[in-house]
Design a protein around this ligand. Structure first.
Ligand code: AQP
Length: 323
């Protein structure tokens, strides 16, 4: 089980940190992947923009290789049990645990005009997302590790208080659990404007790469560089075959290869990954009814699984159906 927020355009951090693993895990396990629109409300999006983003992110998930015949792909708000279990788990979570969450602190700085309670309780809703499907593996980027730790503690507490109900959800990290943004400072993020978008064209990528910082010691092409400190070289690590990467590193160290050429090579390797994703996304956009069908089928499967868990949870905590 995993989710992605419809808060902007998917970027290569989301792809490398999470989606790559979603595609892999669906081959071996029963998988649930959702567009977490309730989580996105913590950023108070424009309602029409939110609806568009939900569809675009769902398209991105499918275009990246998540197969709706293998995985259940759905939108969080189409399964009301997420909110219901979220409340029950809220009543089991100590304030002190939430106080430690660094994402809340980061978001409070990022959106000081809107520090709402949903931002604070965000990881509890995330715990409900996982628990509803009694998930054992959660493929996410490193930024979510702290939330996953809180989820495990909360679910262990539930099991202790009400009896064994939920498995311990393990974090599954990819080979690229923390992709740094183009600013070279923070993790790549939809809302920080430091991203390389998954749907961007070759030209758009190249324009962004041209403006991106490299080794600060390389002011001129004739300056020898240190690839290990260069953010652009770190991206080569994800997209460029090892042998060519060695050549690039040697060229940078000896000043035979300039940063502009290094960036062009990166853009070409990135394009090889993005072009088929863009193509599949275009095909999906051209058939909106097909997307509706996938999301409706996903919601129906997810609701059935979620309701089965909720019947057990209601029973355990003492909530009885109306007579
Ligand atoms: N830079 C990253 N490197 C590796 N993994 C990342 N993820 C996000 N950024 C990176 C992983 O992508 C999945 C979906 O993320 P999300 O949309 O649910 O939330 P997020 O972590 O908050 O992603 P963003 O892009 O930073 O969104 P905003 O700006 O809206 O907050 C998660 O598994 C995440 O770990």
């Amino acid at each position: 089980m995993s989710g992605v927020q419809p808060t902007g355009n998917l970027h290569i951090g989301n792809y490398l940190g999470a989606l790559v693993n979603w595609v892999e895990l669906q081959k071996h396990y029963e998988a649930f992947f959702c567009v977490v629109d309730l989580h996105a409300l913590t950023q108070r999006p424009d309602p029409a923009a939110l609806q568009r983003a939900v569809r675009e992110v769902a398209i991105g998930v499918l275009a990246s290789g998540v197969d709706p015949d293998k995985s259940t792909v759905f939108v969080q708000s189409h399964v009301p049990q997420h909110s219901e279990l979220g409340w029950i788990l809220t009543c089991l979570t100590p304030l002190g645990d939430l106080n430690r969450m660094t994402q809340f602190k980061d978001k409070s700085v990022q959106q000081p005009e809107n520090i709402n309670a949903g931002l604070f309780t965000y990881p509890i809703l995330q715990t409900a997302d996982i628990a509803l499907y009694r998930a054992e593996r959660v493929p996410v980027g490193e930024d979510q590790e702290q939330h996953l730790e809180l989820a495990r503690e909360t679910l262990r507490r539930f099991n202790f208080v009400y009896g064994e109900t939920f498995p311990d959800p393990q974090t599954v990290k990819s080979q690229a659990p923390r992709v740094i943004g183009l600013d070279g400072q923070a993790k790549m993020s939809k809302s920080k404007g430091n991203e390389l978008g998954l749907f961007e064209t070759d030209e758009e990528t190249l324009a962004k790469l041209r403006a991106a910082k490299t080794d600060p010691a390389r002011l001129r092409k004739s300056d020898k560089g240190t690839p290990e400190v260069c953010n652009i070289f770190s991206y080569h690590g994800f997209f460029t075959p090892a042998a060519q990467r060695e050549e690039i590193a040697a060229g940078c160290r000896s000043a035979q290869l300039g940063c502009v050429d290094c960036k062009k090579m990166l853009a070409a390797h990135l394009e090889a990954v993005k072009a088929p994703i863009r193509e599949r996304a275009t095909a999906l956009r051209e058939h909106p009814a097909r997307l509706d069908e996938i999301l409706a089928a996903g919601a129906s499967k997810a609701r059935a699984a979620a309701e089965s868990t909720m019947q057990l949870v209601r029973e355990r905590v003492g909530l009885r159906p109306a007579p």
